[in-house]
Design a protein around this ligand. Structure first.
Ligand SMILES: [Fe+2]
Ligand SMILES: [Fe+2]
Length: 162
């Protein structure tokens, strides 16, 4: 259950995506440290939603693009995949997301540019830049093991378990 008005609003933005079997399947895929790909994606989506809301940007697209940004659907630590994961997974995630959900131009840009500047083409929307920053922040928090100390990590775990 959401504890604040913002958490409830965030869940409204992404409720249909969170119920989809493809998004749920990310629960079984490890991402960084002991955090699953689903929990990482919820974390990125929530931080992006929160930042875009404060900045007066499209928080719904940021939340939805953020939730789908890593929808590559394999275990990048051990499953076979084409090319170096860091460079190729944004396009794989976009192909999966396009197959499953209607996307706006901004959501497409968010997904395919989230690894910028590693992938060279810069974000076209401010929301894409926000999600790219949120992804780096969440990945650092997870990899350096301070993620569980953050207040929103407990909420992201609950939302991912909905
Ligand atoms: Fe990614
Ligand atoms: Fe990510």
């Amino acid at each position: 259950m959401p504890e604040t008005k913002e958490e409830a609003e965030f869940l409204l933005c992404v409720a249909d995506l969170l119920q989809s079997p493809a998004v749920r399947s990310m629960e079984r895929l490890p991402q960084h440290g002991d955090v699953s790909c689903l929990e990482h994606s919820v974390c990125v989506a929530y931080v992006s939603y929160w930042m875009c809301k404060k900045l007066g940007l499209s928080y719904r697209e940021a939340a939805r693009g953020g939730l789908l940004h890593d929808l590559f659907l394999y275990d990048w630590h051990k499953d076979p995949h084409k090319g170096p994961h860091g460079f190729t997974h944004p396009r794989t995630a976009l192909q999966n997301a396009e197959r499953l959900f209607p996307l706006t131009d901004c959501e497409r840009d968010i997904i395919v540019k989230h690894m910028w500047p590693l992938t060279l083409r810069p974000p076209r929307y401010r929301e894409s830049f926000v999600v790219s920053c949120a992804d780096k922040f969440c990945a650092a928090a997870e990899g350096l093991r301070f993620y569980h100390l953050l207040k929103f990590s407990r909420w992201a775990a609950r939302a991912a378990a909905v």
